[in-house]
Write a protein that binds this ligand. Structure first.
Ligand code: GRF
Length: 217
């Protein structure tokens, strides 16, 4: 039996989001369609006004609003995050438009079990400050003919960990940052749940700092 045939297990997901939450919704939709073997246990957010909060309420996930500023020390913030993840039995984390740094203690505890989605083809157009419209403005300014979406594991450096899945999206003449973002977002909603399913099926390994996917993506 190769990895692709192995029985999948349900991921107990923690979603981290700061904004509208369309990727969070796409993950829930894929679970409902039985394309993703997972359940969402918890939403962690720094923003109680985020659209993602309403989505968490409607799917019955627990909600943790955690802001570094509410804690005296950075380590207390990290410990509170680890504690809420533990209490909700989260075994895998999906960042979905989470605009804050993940504490290093959490990255270490969930090594190779945290994914992020980025609206460009990493390692181009990533790093600090490269989020939202900034990414698409930079892509258009460079005259790129393709952009796309990347799902990658999270490590201690912004937009840097092993790449799990990527898909190209054409840049069209006359595109604005908004039109390009909208076209890429449709692709994000497809590849993010599909990438998570690879982990549910145990099909991803890390070798020499690179993600190796059994039987392709
Ligand atoms: C997406 O474009 C994603 O690539 C980036 O943040 C955005 C989040 O959008 N990391 P949404 O909140 O999932 O709609």
């Amino acid at each position: 039996m190769n990895n692709a045939d192995a029985p999948s297990r349900n991921l107990n997901l923690g979603i981290f989001a700061s904004g509208r939450g369309s990727n969070f919704q796409a993950i829930l939709d894929a679970i409902r369609r039985r394309e993703l073997d997972a359940r969402v246990r918890l939403l962690v957010t720094n923003n109680p006004e985020a659209g993602a909060v309403g989505i968490a309420r409607s799917c019955g996930a627990a909600l943790s609003v955690l802001r570094k500023g509410d804690f005296g020390k950075e380590d207390e913030f990290a410990q509170a995050m680890l504690e809420t993840l533990r209490l909700n039995e989260v075994d895998f984390i999906a960042l979905a438009g989470y605009l804050k740094m993940i504490p290093v203690q959490v990255i270490t505890a969930y090594r190779h079990r945290i994914l992020n989605i980025h609206p460009a083809l990493l390692p181009a157009f990533g790093g600090k400050g490269m989020y939202g419209h900034h990414v698409h403005e930079a892509v258009l300014a460079a005259g790129c003919k393709v952009s796309g979406a990347t799902v990658h594991m999270v490590d201690e450096i912004y937009d840097h960990g092993p790449i799990v899945a990527q898909r190209c999206v054409p840049v069209l003449e006359g595109d604005t940052p908004d039109s390009l973002a909208a076209r890429i977002l449709e692709t994000e909603h497809e590849i993010y749940p599909a990438a998570l399913q690879l982990f549910a099926q145990g099909r991803v390994a890390v070798r020499d700092g690179r993600a190796v996917v059994a039987c392709g993506f």
